[in-house]
Design a binder for this molecule. Structure first.
Ligand SMILES: Cc1cc2nc3c(=O)[nH]c(=O)nc-3n(C[C@H](O)[C@H](O)[C@H](O)COP(=O)(O)O)c2cc1C
Length: 452
């Protein structure tokens, strides 16, 4: 159908996959830190995460990505994945010094911070890393009581604030011309002050005079990533983001999501809401368990599952859903009625609803599935069989690449870097060398010009 054709064109033949990695040093699979050799004692120190960053860089990945939540809810339920135990900005600043090419994407919440601070943090990270910074924009659904706010605002309000927040941050980055710093010793002039502008923003949530007090970032603006796949989240992503992280466990849904993102980005651009000429890159997460044979992959998967405590998993799932599951038989699916109790269902909760109500997965299996992949695609197999599946998704197209969630560390990640990535390189699907020096270069996103 002509009306369904995405307006952003481009040949698919020369496309290369985007590969980033979500860094969870204790392992993406819950309790995988119990495995021998996990270096679990070293979290949250620098040496371990430095080694993971170097491994990712040797594999030529586009970026390391650090998520963030600002509360200890999951931690109190024994969940060592949802809170990675590394504060993103300080960790990425350290990794800027221990790596040279790889992108550094960190999560910062628009609900629990101020645009002026965030603009400075990311600008500084971009300078320290010579153009490798990215921001994963989240609105946070929890943790508000750590900031004197009794309850999470409604999603629509959080996303309205996020939209204004991002615009302010962009204008602050643009409040210095690229050529403001001249370092003219003879004239005793480090910068030309007339190349700095106030932004004088007054909106629903923020009043910011500007300018920022740091020169324009090397990338012009650090790369903007948005994580979230429904309603207002997607609206934000398609209007401001260069890339969208998403959980897509189902191929048909992923193909539809990919087309939806392009259509929506196209509409946003036509309405003057989207400035970038390119649609956002769509990057679903996957959890690849890489082995030399499928039998070995199954054995690793079984070993990881053996580390789980099902009752602890019940508590964690109940926490994720925000409903009581204590009375549900492990051999029965979570009933629709429990999902009806969720006031604002996130896309992740909707995945668990589909698995329970539509696919009839019993509670025990849902706990195991959540523990291993949190709604992302889980692929256990050889490098070749995993690459087959990734290639099929990439070429459909269902995505522009993948966010690699390492099931267990460091060995699971080492296998991803030394077996799976080379297989993708061998197929011509992924770069063998960095071709540029900035994160924008890696992702093929042009440097933006100053907005005003
Ligand atoms: C891959 C991925 C990573 C995410 N990382 C974070 C994070 O680090 N911190 C956070 O508060 N929310 C994170 N989120 C949650 C989203 O920001 C969003 O709140 C959530 O997905 C619900 O929105 P949705 O229903 O639009 O998907 C992440 C979501 C995805 C899919």
């Amino acid at each position: 159908m002509a009306g369904d054709t995405p307006a952003f064109g481009g040949s698919l033949t020369m496309r290369k996959m985007i590969l980033t990695t979500f860094v969870v040093p204790l392992g993406y699979h819950r309790n995988s830190w119990r495995r021998d050799g996990s270096r679990a004692e070293e979290v949250p120190g620098l040496a371990y995460v430095r080694d993971l960053g170097r491994m990712a860089e040797e594999a030529k990945l586009d970026a390391v990505f650090f998520g963030d939540i600002v509360h200890a809810g999951p931690t109190m339920r024994g969940d060592t994945m949802m809170n990675g135990f590394y504060e993103p900005m300080t960790t990425l600043a350290a990794l800027a010094a221990t790596t040279t090419n790889i992108g550094l994407i960190g999560t910062l919440s628009t609900s629990l911070s101020e645009p002026y601070n965030v603009a400075r943090q990311l600008s500084s990270l971009d300078h320290l890393s010579a153009g490798r910074a990215g921001w994963n924009i989240v609105t946070s659904s929890d943790g508000f009581r750590n900031f004197g706010i009794a309850e999470a605002p409604a999603a629509a309000d959080r996303y309205r604030r996020a939209t204004e927040f991002v615009r302010v941050v962009e204008r602050l980055w643009d409040s210095w011309s690229d050529d403001a710093v001249i370092a003219d010793r003879a004239a005793s002039k480090w910068l030309e002050t007339d190349k700095l502008r106030q932004i004088n923003h007054t909106g629903e949530f923020f009043a910011v005079e500007g300018p920022i007090n740091i020169p324009r970032p090397p990338q012009g603006r650090p790369v903007l990533v948005q994580a979230g796949s429904s309603g207002p989240g997607l609206e934000l992503g398609t209007s401001v983001a260069d890339a969208i992280y998403t959980a897509q466990p189902d191929f048909d849904e992923a193909v539809k999501f990919y087309a939806d993102v392009r259509r929506q980005a196209n509409r946003a651009q036509a309405a003057g809401l989207r400035r970038s000429a390119l649609p956002p890159k769509v990057i679903p997460g996957i959890v690849p368990v890489v082995a030399d044979t499928s039998k070995e992959a199954d054995e690793i998967a079984a070993e990881l599952a053996s580390f789980l405590d099902i009752e602890q998993g019940r508590l964690q799932l109940a926490g994720d859903l925000g409903v009581d599951l204590s009375d549900i038989d492990l051999n029965e699916p979570v009933p629709q009625e429990r999902f009806d109790q969720i006031a604002q269902m996130t896309s992740r909760q909707a995945i668990y609803r589909r698995m329970s109500v539509e696919q009839g997965l019993d509670l025990r299996d849902l706990i195991v599935k959540r523990a291993r992949s949190t709604g992302h695609q889980w692929i256990a197999g050889t490098a070749s069989s995993i690459a087959d599946q990734m290639q099929a998704w990439f070429e459909a197209p269902a995505c522009d690449g993948f966010n690699l969630n390492s099931p267990y560390n460091p060995e699971g990640f080492e296998r991803i870097c030394t077996k799976l990535v080379p297989e993708l390189q061998h197929r011509g699907l992924f770069r063998t060398e960095y071709e540029g020096s900035t994160l924008r270069d890696h992702l093929g996103i042009p440097r933006p010009t100053v907005l005003f």
